[in-house]
Design a protein around this ligand. Structure first.
Ligand code: NAP
Length: 292
């Protein structure tokens, strides 16, 4: 299978590497062209534009930042739409708006180009090891057609519904996980302020009802005031915005997601947007000298 891959950032570079290693013929393009070099060293072919990456490809994977970026890569002057032939399947694995996604699929469909939205969870580690969780939206036929490509990048691919459903599922994921981060931060702030031995507290509660990935992997960092990058806070704020817009359209109220987004806005304005999302703990006083 010939695969075009557009967007070699933190996630995309690792995912494209998995595809090369799995034996696909991969043609890569990145806006900052120097980021193609590590992939071409592994055997991928460099493409001068998204259109060139899509030309002759059976499948084109897109992994860029936000909704306008996907639109630009697909429909810009040298976009994927200019190069992809009828029958090609475009898989957008970026995290973007579900509503805009449906529009992208419809526009590509006018030329017979098929579309699957397949956002991921699992971070750069999951991308590196091919253990991403993939939420796929599209027709059953299209999702099955690209399953071998998805399975080279992820350990669990779920077909959640029609085009847009993958992005909608990812929004659910981001609402839940954002709430976890803030809840764990507040619990740690309370325990620390009460003078508790937090190692013992974590040992106790980690076996109970509040057991979670965030508690297990990030509570210690929060208590130490250390936020080494896993997932950038500014990217979570983007995803919270996508979820809140979908909620507004659906007439659903998400008070906790609103609170998380407002807190993240304050932290981004204060210069913490490039830290790990666990830095929401700064918003409840953790990670600071309490005498500051
Ligand atoms: P990143 O490291 O910031 O990389 C972004 C990529 O998009 C770069 O290749 C960048 O090109 C390209 N890009 C951005 N805007 C563009 C435009 N207008 N035209 C062309 N290319 C453009 O981001 P990432 O962490 O890989 O994340 C990619 C997507 O995956 C995002 O939607 C993110 O929310 C999602 N995601 C990330 C994680 C994570 O842990 N990082 C986990 C799950 C999902 P340049 O190199 O030229 O800047």
């Amino acid at each position: 299978m010939n695969v075009g891959f557009v967007g070699l950032g933190t996630m995309g570079a690792r995912m494209a590497k998995r595809l090369v290693e799995a034996g696909f013929d991969v043609r890569v393009h990145n806006r900052t062209r120097s980021r193609e070099e590590p992939l071409t060293a592994l055997g991928a072919v460099a493409a001068a534009s998204p259109a060139e990456a899509a030309a002759g490809a059976d499948v084109v994977v897109v992994m860029v930042s936000d909704t306008p970026d996907v639109e630009h890569v697909l429909f810009g002057p040298d976009g994927v739409a200019r190069g992809a032939a009828a029958g090609t399947v475009v898989i957008d694995m970026s995290t973007v708006s579900p509503e805009a996604t449906q529009g992208f699929a419809a526009r590509l469909g006018e030329a017979g180009v098929r579309f699957v939205d397949a956002p991921v969870s699992g971070g750069s580690e999951g991308a590196e090891h091919g253990t991403l969780t993939i939420m796929a939206g599209g027709s059953a036929e299209d999702v099955e057609a690209v399953r071998p490509v998805l399975e080279a990048m992820g350990s669990k691919t779920t077909h959640v519904g029609p085009v847009g459903a993958g992005q909608a599922a990812k929004a659910v994921n981001q609402v839940v996980v954002g709430g976890f981060y803030l809840a764990v931060a507040e619990g740690m702030a309370l325990g620390q302020a009460a003078g508790l031995d937090m190692d013992r507290v974590l040992d106790a509660i980690g076996a109970g009802a509040c057991r979670s990935w965030v508690l297990e992997h990030r509570a210690g960092n929060m208590l130490r005031g250390e936020y080494p990058l896993g997932f950038r806070l500014a990217l979570h704020r983007k995803d919270a915005g996508i979820a809140l817009e979908s909620a507004r359209r659906a007439g659903v109220s998400l008070p906790l997601a609103e609170l998380v987004a407002a807190l993240e806005d304050r932290l981004i304005a204060a210069g913490f947007g490039d830290e790990d999302v666990s830095a929401v703990a700064r918003g409840v006083g953790l990670g600071h000298d309490r005498n500051d």
